[in-house]
Design a protein around this ligand. Structure first.
Ligand code: AMP
Ligand code: MG
Length: 325
């Protein structure tokens, strides 16, 4: 069982002051719920239609049933239980998401790895069973993380795992994927200004009430409140990965966080404390923030350039690196 963890919001939306009459013109409706193990807030600025927010939250439930490997009734859980026995046919939506995530896994050479499930389960970070596994246990599990042993059949829309014990974990892409789905839904309903914040995975629609891009602050990774820098975005997504989000400390004070490196089997120990990606696709931003966090500042830059996204990286020695933003 996973513990419900209320993550501090990674990204703060900074509301600049404005004249009272402008504020009145700008209707704001929002709703917050605990979903996907985190605090989800959706704010809509151009419509008072309550059904809009209700349906947006229904989408979170709908897509969780598709992608959440911990929910035994989800399609992802079914695949993880059965794909080692032979090809399993997928819904178009799950096939497309897995194929996209597979391509990012290949390009980043497993820095972002969809096949990381067995290692995530072994460490159990964010659950009541969090533990430091033995070297031997890790060695055994590393054999199960080879994404090349996942076979995707484009024509028949099937997936097969060539090794029993393999598990796909979409934890590093799921919130981004759902944010994109909510954003397209809100846009299709005529919404021209909104903020979708799924535990710090942010998508903003349109501009702020002054007609300018939203001003988004990126949370200090040291646990203190406040932000270390800001980024201006209209119509796009800002996603941060950081080791401060979910972690535990052993009796000697060593910290173990939830972003794992498949090369070592241990929490990533790159030079970064925080990796933020800015992109029109929240799905992509989510995957790449995880990948860049694992790759570290030197290797992250070429991935960021390849995908044509923006990035804000903060190193352990407090160097702030901005790429394309
Ligand atoms: P994020 O917070 O988006 O960086 O995603 C972290 C979550 O994705 C973890 O809780 C794991 O479920 C999973 N995960 C951890 N390390 C990786 C990795 N290297 N590649 C893909 N998924 C990962
Ligand atoms: Mg991610």
């Amino acid at each position: 069982m996973r513990k419900i963890i209320i993550l501090t919001l990674i990204v703060f939306i900074l509301f600049t002051s404005c004249k009272k009459n402008e504020e009145e013109k700008y209707e704001r409706t929002d709703r917050t719920e605990l979903k996907m193990d985190t605090v989800c807030t959706i704010s809509v600025f151009t419509s008072k239609d309550a059904s809009l927010l209700e349906e947006a939250f229904d989408l979170i439930d709908k897509y969780s049933r598709l992608i959440d490997m911990y929910d035994s009734s989800s399609e992802m859980a079914y695949v993880n239980e059965n794909a080692y026995k032979g090809p399993v046919r997928l819904s178009d939506e799950l096939f497309d998401l897995i194929r996209y995530a597979y391509s990012v896994t290949e390009y980043t050479n497993g820095a972002f790895n969809i096949a990381i499930g067995p290692l995530v389960r072994l460490w159990g970070i964010g659950t009541e069973n969090a533990q430091i596994p033995s070297e031997k246990e890790i060695e055994k599990i590393l054999e199960l993380l080879n994404w090349r042993e996942i076979v995707l059949d484009e024509e028949n829309r099937t997936i097969e795992y060539l090794r029993p014990g393999m598990v796909i974990d979409l934890g590093a892409v799921g919130k981004g994927y759902v944010a994109d789905k909510i954003a397209s839904y809100l846009k299709s309903r005529g919404c021209t200004a909104a903020i979708i914040n799924l535990g710090g995975n942010v998508y903003v629609i349109g501009n702020n009430r002054e007609g300018k891009p939203w001003n988004i602050g990126i949370q200090n990774p040291d646990g203190s409140s406040g932000y270390f820098t800001t980024v201006q975005v209209s119509d796009g997504s800002v996603v941060t990965s950081g080791g401060y989000e979910r972690n535990f400390t052993d009796s000697s004070g060593n910290l173990y966080h939830h972003i794992l490196d498949c090369r070592t089997g241990f929490p990533s120990s790159s030079d970064l404390v925080s990796a933020t990606i800015i992109s029109s696709s929240s799905t992509l931003a989510d995957m790449l923030s995880t990948a860049c966090f694992v790759l570290g500042s030197a290797d992250a830059a070429s991935v960021v350039e390849h995908y044509g996204v923006g990035a804000i990286l903060l190193t352990k020695d407090q160097r702030l690196i901005r790429i394309g933003v």
